[in-house]
Design a protein around this ligand. Structure first.
Ligand SMILES: *[C@@H]1O[C@H](CO)[C@@H](O)[C@H](O)[C@H]1NC(C)=O
Ligand SMILES: *[C@@H]1O[C@H](CO)[C@@H](O)[C@H](O)[C@H]1NC(C)=O
Length: 529
């Protein structure tokens, strides 16, 4: 029997696709939103002449942004090559004026540019309207919107950081020679704490030697956590109370109940990164548009809670408790069920898109399995669910419609729950039509199957059946093409034969006859044995 192919990658892609679709639709509906007006205004301000004579104090957020926006160099046909060649570090944002995600990112990009400018970063921040300058954009290898690329001495690398202003700043500094902030005084420490609620701290007596080198490598390789270092035990204790060693210590600090976690392993880059990876997410991550990519790309087991924000407050403590137990193995994510863009794609995977109840689900992206806690989420059940997930003993969830009435039907309607009974344990030969509501050629094939069912009507050992796999799943039914026609020989259901949906009805009928004869012969042989 072929091993079921994990539906998860597909599911994941579906989520991403649905997210971006629903996302663009939701904003397209409010096309004249402030964001876009603001962007157009900003662009005009830039083009119209940055050298305006009046110079008002920034009094509104928009004006602050306008100022920040000017720090971003606008690339065009003339200046791009010079900008890329003439600077050691250039971070380029490729955008399109109509692209909503670009519009969202642009103010953050501009704010980051402003912060980096204050921090005396050597990085040049630039943007290119890829629709207006398609040739330049294509030379830079900008393919979608928004695209962020870092050019180091003219060679580009993809952007791998987060998309908040702070995350852009942290990433940019990591990749441009300042991966670590050194803290030399209590003032600096206090200022740092005002700005950062999450960071990695390293305490060294000297900023040199093999341990320190590995720390720097980890800081540079990591994509999203701010690193700080100090050689003062007193300053270290302000940033991280109970530092365990004055001359060699590493810990991570977060803004939540499990605020401090210290590193116990060797100072080796990969081990430090693994530690950060296991510990960088909060006990429970609140999913948002901003962190969704990061959350989806985590390779841990994941438990998702879908609930209204108020409902979730009651569940937060049991979840934090479970998260403390399984922290390095399972990631815990809360999704506001009212946030349709985020919640719906997931709920669709369970056929529960209309649900308003609190739901607890889990995913194992390695095997592609998904799970559903199908009883009231008491703390004990939550813990049991997580423990089962961790041990790999939870029964996976498969979508199914409710069982239909097939009385007098020429073609049986099979659902997830009846696939075993009607197809796999049925000793008759089965022709199964696998379809979805959206597939282009499904209707043609459906008509053919109806014709064939009429043609073969009355034949005792042949059953025609169909299943809508957009709402029904079974581990033994892994099909990527729709429509698909399968012939399940009565004697052996483990190896269905694929029938070409491009054949004519007549060809199909002949083929089915041939298979039926072969089956009958096999039966005779078996009887004789
Ligand atoms: C970029 O090129 C300059 C001049 O050749 C060199 O000094 C510098 O180290 C290079 N930067 C990086 C990050 O490789
Ligand atoms: C069914 O087919 C599979 C794959 O060809 C084979 O391994 C298995 O032995 C067959 N079972 C029977 C009952 O014929």
């Amino acid at each position: 029997m072929s091993t079921p192919k994990p539906p998860s990658r597909l599911a994941y892609l579906t989520i991403v696709l649905l997210l971006s679709l629903s996302f663009s639709i939701s904003v397209a509906a409010s096309e004249d939103s402030d964001d876009i007006d603001e962007l157009i205004a900003l662009d005009e301000a830039e083009e119209g002449g940055g050298s305006g004579t009046h110079n008002p104090k920034p009094s509104s957020e928009a004006e602050v942004l306008t100022k920040a926006q000017r720090i971003v160099l606008e690339l065009n046909n003339d200046n791009t090559q010079r900008a890329i060649d003439g600077n050691e570090y250039v971070l380029v944002l490729g955008y399109a004026p109509w692209c909503v995600r670009s519009a969202e990112l642009m103010p953050r990009f501009a704010e980051a540019a402003s912060s980096l400018n204050e921090l005396k970063s050597p990085l040049l921040m630039a943007k290119i309207d890829a629709e207006r300058y398609p040739k330049v954009a294509s030379n830079l290898a900008i393919k979608g919107y928004p695209t962020l690329l870092l050019f180091v001495n003219g060679t580009s690398q993809p952007y791998t950081g987060g998309f908040s202003t702070e995350e852009i700043v942290i990433w940019a500094r990591k990749k441009t020679g300042t991966p670590i902030i050194r803290i030399n005084s209590f003032d600096e420490a206090n200022n740092f704490l005002k700005k950062h609620s999450m960071f990695t701290i390293g305490v060294f007596d000297k900023f040199e030697g093999p341990d320190y080198d590995e720390f720097v490598k980890a800081a540079t390789t990591d994509n999203d956590i701010q690193f700080v270092e100090t050689n003062s035990p007193q300053i270290a204790n302000l940033l991280y109370p109970d530092v365990k060693s004055d001359n060699l210590f590493l810990g991570i600090v977060k803004s939540e109940p499990e605020r401090y976690t210290s590193y116990e392993g060797d100072f080796k880059k990969d081990k430090i990164l693994q530690f950060l990876n296991d510990n960088k997410f909060p006990l429970v991550t609140f999913l948002s548009e901003l962190n969704s990519v990061k959350v989806y790309s985590s390779d841990k087991l994941q438990v998702y809670v879908f609930a209204e924000a108020d409902e979730f407050k009651k569940l937060l403590e049991p979840f934090q408790d479970a998260a403390k137990k399984f922290r390095s193995k399972i990631m815990f994510v809360f999704v506001d069920i009212k946030d349709e863009n985020l919640a719906k794609p997931f709920l669709t995977l369970f056929g529960l898109e209309d649900s308003e109840d609190t739901l607890i689900t889990a995913f194992d992206y390695k095997t592609g399995a998904k799970y559903l806690l199908e009883s009231d989420p008491t703390p004990a059940r939550i813990e049991e669910f997580c423990s089962g997930l961790f041990k790999g003993i939870l029964p996976p969830f498969y979508k199914s419609q409710s069982i239909p009435d097939n009385k007098d039907a020429d073609i049986l309607t099979v659902v997830g729950k009846t696939f075993d009974d009607l197809v796999l344990s049925n000793s008759k030969n089965i022709i199964l039509e696998i379809h979805t509501p959206w597939c282009l050629n499904c209707e043609t094939t459906s008509k053919q199957v109806e014709k064939l069912a009429k043609h073969f009507k009355g034949l005792e050992n042949l059953v025609f059946a169909k299943i809508d796999v957009s709402v029904n799943e079974h581990p033994n039914l892994q099909v990527d093409d729709y429509p698909t026609l399968l012939f399940y020989p009565g004697a052996n259901k483990s190896k269905p034969i694929k029938l070409s949906t491009k054949s004519s009805s007549k060809e199909l009928a002949m083929l089915i006859n041939k298979y039926l004869k072969e089956e009958a012969r096999d039966d005779v042989v078996k009887d004789e044995l």
